[in-house]
Design a protein around this ligand. Structure first.
Ligand code: GYE
Length: 368
């Protein structure tokens, strides 16, 4: 059951530091620590962003220790990609009973209405905390206000929302604009002044991951008059979507040398479509493939030279959410935003100032 207690954090609020908050320092809260509800004016205070490495697997130490179980509702986007599967698994492992949580997990199947309803159900069930991985950035004000009115702290995770930041506690996720810029910077370095005719398979429409990666890549493309973006269509972050979009691109464009896929699953679909059309790609082919996520299979394709550059988005983010909840339980200050840091990877034979060259060792060392 949710206990309501407004904890005045103003006096204890500290500027966000660069000290790692997702590591093994998550001390258990005491038994009598109630579910803290920071005062609204405190949550509205802008704090510095912190950049974080992914937390270790054991980051989610039991916040409740021997005390009450903490109930957490997680409204997940869906199951559209390998990235999402890894992210879901990470939440289920982290917010486990053994760690002192009761996790209510809803897979919204990429449907906004289902996701909004899930959040409203969590409010009705008086969850202690709600985590939302928002399908789209838009449309959140009303339900976030409802959660705040009910005194339930909300964590926006993975993607971001357009809503007023005073309506939620914190946002945790990768910097999507930076990811897009990394992809563009790598391409500029690789092409070294050569022309590019670029096709973009975007992610789901209205998702911050799509908007950010597109913006970031376009920022760099704007610096290259020798580049032309021929077309940009949504593949909905799925393999089937990537294949469908690529098939239609192949019908419409006979002259292209770069395909940007905004996630690995779309890249798998795009590769299938190019295979079927007899178009070669990768380090030994005619078409450069850029992908995002750097999941295990995506990096295998990168190691095999099929994907030229793969920009990571680390799905292991639940430890950061657990750490925020631990701090709220303890009445401690939290960061307004946690940026999960990423790397980029390039195929063997490519060296880059923006990316790590893939080896079997790098692949074997990956946790997802
Ligand atoms: O890139 C994609 C997933 O929001 C970062 O969503 C996430 C994206 C990820 O479907 O594979």
């Amino acid at each position: 059951m949710k206990k309501k207690l407004a904890v005045l954090l103003a006096g204890t609020m500290v500027m966000a530091s660069l000290v790692a908050c997702g590591g093994n320092d998550a001390a258990p809260a005491t038994n009598d620590a109630p579910a803290a509800e920071p005062a609204a004016e405190d949550t509205a205070e802008p704090e510095a962003e912190v950049e974080e490495e992914a937390p270790a697997d054991d980051a989610a130490e039991a916040p409740a220790a021997s005390g009450d179980t903490i109930s957490v509702g997680f409204a997940q986007v869906g199951h559209e990609s390998d990235w999402r599967a890894a992210n879901t698994q990470n939440y289920q492992d982290t917010f486990s009973e053994a760690n002192g949580y009761e996790l209510s997990f809803v897979d919204a199947d990429n449907d906004n209405a289902v996701q909004l309803e899930a959040v409203r159900n969590f409010i009705q069930q008086e969850m202690d905390y709600i985590c939302i991985a928002p399908i789209e950035t838009a449309g959140w004000d009303t339900v976030l206000q409802e959660a705040q009115d009910a005194g339930i702290p909300v964590l926006i995770v993975d993607r971001s929302v357009d809503a007023d930041a005073s309506l939620y506690e914190t946002q945790i996720g990768c910097d999507m604009v930076a990811e897009g810029e990394t992809a563009g910077n790598w391409l500029g370095e690789y092409l070294d002044g050569a022309d590019a005719k670029i096709l973009v398979i975007e992610g789901s429409v209205g998702a911050s991951a799509t908007l950010g990666r597109t913006e970031g890549f376009n920022n760099i493309a704007a610096q290259h008059s020798e580049w032309e973006i021929l077309d940009s269509q949504s593949g909905d972050f799925t393999q089937a979507g990537g294949q469908e979009v690529m098939e239609s691109f192949i019908k419409s464009y006979s002259d292209f040398n770069v395909v940007v896929c905004q996630n690995d699953n779309e890249a798998y679909g795009a590769m299938d479509a190019m295979d079927a059309a007899g178009i070669t790609y990768g380090v030994d082919g005619d078409v450069i493939i850029i992908s995002f996520d750097a999941t295990h299979d995506g990096l295998q394709y990168t190691l095999d030279g099929k994907i030229n550059c793969n920009v990571e988005c680390n799905p292991l983010q639940a430890g950061f959410a657990a750490d925020v909840i631990r701090k709220l339980q303890a009445g401690e200050a939290i960061d307004a935003q946690t940026i999960v840091t990423d790397e980029a990877f390039v195929a063997p034979g490519i060296t880059s100032q923006y990316a790590v060259t893939m080896t079997q060792e790098v692949l074997d060392g990956r946790a997802y």
